[in-house]
Design a binder for this molecule. Structure first.
Ligand code: ADP
Length: 412
């Protein structure tokens, strides 16, 4: 049984410092409740007069039918034994983790640090905005699909450790994703800070991104939202002057591990909302997603092509600043160019790779295997001049080169 608290007071009821304003709220273990100014309580569920013990069973949280069950009054009949309380069968997020400081927030969720009460491990928890609890089938499907995501284990993919769906009111649920914490920020911030990345650095970062994508695609998982905000970095910093670097990183960095975040996001926020959000900011989105004509794993290779372009020159290949035609139309037509002087010093073989990723027809676009096998990854980057047409550098019309991410962020 769960306890639902409704505020009917004049002086206010506060849970964990927040006032309940005409809302009901399901209490969790450890919630601090303050009535008016006079007294405060730490809330704890008791089971049959005993303090609740952590059950050893599943961590899954209730579906709609079960959530509704929680609000039924217990029947006190001697013939029908009372159902085993749900709180005994399933643990809540708050039973296992202590939430900490905020790490960031995005479109659908806020991300906080959290500590595992048993192991002391520090993790990241992504807390989605509350959703209507209106479809029981969806909840079951959610559990099935997230089970697959939790089985994913790869050094270049942010590990999904656990997930909880918890009621926040009679009508609403909240999803919590417990994730491996990645401490050194997003690739996006690195591009903004440096304006653009060096070619060797980009090459080394991409090898790791492609390794992660290969693993996902082999499991028939399509990421669908590859962009620099979803590539997280774990950096091993230099501690001694003569420490050997493990890659083409900056002087103070010994090694960088790339972690792809946010895979399978549609499962957590719903297909429709996800697709609409993607199409709302299409910079990295493949043409077939914009057309809504069905898509395959090759959408990730298109986005990887856009990302590769952005890393090397600091601005995107498709942009409203290049209009006309509109950004959407540029994407649908695959209309982009390598502008001089920005691309003059970039290896031809890299331009060749990008040109084979930003291909409108997915059947003709490189797949993950062809991308990994591309010569740009096996030869040391070198600067040679192109002769073939698609690789030619183009001079841009004056004032038409898009602003770099770095310039855009300094405007804010
Ligand atoms: P949304 O998908 O809703 O846009 P994000 O996934 O972008 O939310 O997360 C928001 C912020 O939280 C970002 O700044 C990101 O860097 C940070 N973040 C997300 N996942 C992790 C993680 N596993 N470890 C550390 N920080 C993370």
């Amino acid at each position: 049984m769960l306890v639902n608290i409704v505020d009917r007071s004049r002086n206010g009821t506060f849970v964990n410092g927040n006032r309940l304003v005409k809302k009901d709220y399901i209490l969790r273990n450890g919630d601090r409740i303050v009535f008016g100014r006079s007294c405060s309580f730490l809330f704890k569920y008791l089971v049959d007069g005993r303090e609740e013990k952590d059950p050893q069973t599943s961590t899954e949280s209730p579906g709609k039918e079960e959530v509704n069950d929680l609000f039924k009054r217990p029947t006190l009949s001697s013939q029908t034994p009372m159902k085993r309380p749900l709180s005994l069968q399933r643990r809540s997020f708050f039973d296992r983790y202590i939430p900490g400081k905020e790490l960031g927030s995005g479109h659908y969720a806020i991300v906080k640090e959290a500590t595992d009460k048993d192991s002391g491990d520090v993790v990241a928890v992504k807390i989605f905005h509350p959703q209507q609890n209106d479809d029981q089938k969806k909840t079951r499907q959610f559990r099935e699909e997230t089970k697959i995501l939790m089985s994913i284990q790869h050094k270049n993919i942010v590990k999904l450790i656990d997930r909880f769906v918890e009621p926040v009111s009679k009508a609403q649920i909240q999803t919590y994703l417990v994730l491996e914490k990645v401490s050194d920020g997003e690739l996006f911030d690195r591009i903004v800070r440096k304006t653009k990345l060096r070619q060797e650095e980009t090459n080394a970062i991409f090898k790791q991104i492609l390794n992660g994508l290969k693993y996902l695609h082999a499991k028939n998982i399509i990421h669908r939202d590859i962009k620099p905000e979803n590539i997280l970095l774990s950096i091993r910093r230099r501690r001694y002057q003569d420490e050997q670097q493990m890659g083409p990183w900056d002087d103070d960095e010994i090694d960088i591990t790339i972690k792809i975040a946010d895979f399978g996001l549609a499962k957590f926020i719903g297909e429709l909302q996800f697709t609409n959000t993607l199409c709302g900011t299409p910079s990295y989105v493949a043409p077939e997603v914009l057309r809504k004509t069905g898509y395959s794993s090759r959408v990730d290779l298109w986005s990887a092509g856009v990302l590769l372009y952005v890393c090397l020159c600091g601005f995107p290949p498709f942009s409203e600043q290049l209009a006309p035609p509109s950004m959407k139309e540029q994407i649908l037509q695959g209309k982009f160019a390598f502008y001089s002087p920005y691309w003059d010093d970039i290896d031809d073989s890299c331009l060749h790779l990008i040109s084979n990723l930003l291909v409108v027809n997915p059947a003709l676009r490189y797949d993950i295997q062809k991308t990994i096998e591309h010569p740009w990854f096996s030869h040391a980057p070198q600067t040679t001049r192109a002769t073939a047409l698609p690789l030619q550098r183009k001079s841009a019309e004056v004032g038409k080169i898009p602003k770099t991410y770095s310039e855009m962020s300094s405007l804010h």
